[in-house]
Design a protein around this ligand. Structure first.
Ligand code: ZN
Length: 325
């Protein structure tokens, strides 16, 4: 029976249930919590997150993967409190987002050598094996983000993420920019490091509705993160109905066992002002964590998707990604 690390301790993959695979309880910047706590406003975010996630839990969401790394203000004590009070199981992330610290990789001064990949990996391995910031709360997923094209510092982080995975077995989840096809390049680098693609989830691919791109990724053996879902997406990107219809097309081709879904919701960059990657305001959409439940899944059913496909995407695939049967 496979186990993964959650904010409240070891979790059996069989108990993950309905899982949103890419969300954020809070978003900020590295060090802000300490330096500018009045901007981060942890108390407000805590209250709002408990409120919304309690409702999500009451409506069937049982687990979320919080893909916040330390450079986007990860706060594991906040995550732990939200999990305890809302009843939602939360998995915390190690790794890095797009703001690679200059201590890891200085790009301004070419004569400064990057920190060796293995030294970066050692820090992340500690977050998986011992815990984050001395809390004992262990990371359960490795998040890596890149631009398109991938910058040298980001490639360095991808390799560190790969080595963290090879040592710990914890799976890798990536960020790709909207409308990009950079997932294939991420795969190339991870393959070079010897990673088995069944442990890799390429994120945000449903902003790029290019069937050939998705099929090439499926062919590599990775999971597809259809994890940008909101009532209204960023300008110039497909709307949720187009994204839903695209997924139905893949289901019709038998690919429901490669897809996972989520919103990429994020509470507050400052003072409880909440927005999603899509710039949707929480005031307009207080049930954003339930948009898949209330909007996307009913639409997929309307289009003819059966319950077994929905169970695959929302329950079985997340469990298998984390090593369950
Ligand atoms: Zn995200």
């Amino acid at each position: 029976m496979a186990k993964l690390n959650s904010a409240l301790g070891p979790l059996d993959t069989a108990d993950m249930g309905f899982t949103l695979t890419h969300e954020h309880i809070s978003g900020s910047s590295a060090g802000f919590q300490l330096t500018y706590p009045e901007i981060v406003n942890t108390e407000t975010v805590l209250e709002l997150a408990v409120q919304d996630l309690t409702r999500a839990h009451q409506h069937g969401v049982t687990t979320i993967i919080d893909c916040s790394t330390y450079d986007i203000g990860r706060d594991v004590r906040l995550i732990e409190a939200v999990s305890r009070r809302s009843g939602i199981q939360v998995v915390c992330a190690t790794g890095s987002h797009l703001y690679v610290p200059q201590t890891f990789y200085e790009s301004m001064f070419p004569w400064m050598k990057p920190m060796p990949v293995d030294d970066v990996a050692a820090l992340w391995i500690r977050e998986v094996e011992e815990g984050i910031e001395g809390t004992g709360i262990k990371a359960g997923v490795i998040k890596i983000a890149t631009n398109d094209p991938i910058r040298p510092a980001e490639e360095h982080m991808l390799r560190a993420g790969a080595r963290t995975h090879l040592r710990t077995g914890v799976p890798i989840t990536t960020h790709t920019p909207i409308l990009s096809r950079v997932g294939e390049e991420q795969v190339r680098i991870l393959l070079e490091e010897g990673v088995d693609m069944s442990h890799v989830y390429i994120g945000h691919v449903n902003s790029t509705l290019d069937r050939d791109y998705h099929l090439r990724l499926i062919d590599k053996g990775v999971w597809l993160g259809m994890d940008h879902f909101s009532p209204s997406g960023p300008p110039g990107t497909p709307d949720w109905e187009e994204r839903s219809a695209f997924i139905k097309g893949l289901i019709d081709e038998g690919y429901q066992d490669r897809i996972m879904m989520s919103h990429d919701w994020n509470f507050g960059r400052h003072s409880g002002h909440c927005q999603l990657a899509s710039a949707v305001s929480r005031d307009d959409h207080p049930d954003a964590f339930l948009w898949i439940t209330n909007g996307v899944l009913p639409r997929l059913r309307e289009l003819g998707a059966d319950e077994s496909a929905i169970t695959s995407m929302m329950v079985d695939n997340p469990r298998r990604f984390f090593g369950g049967n």
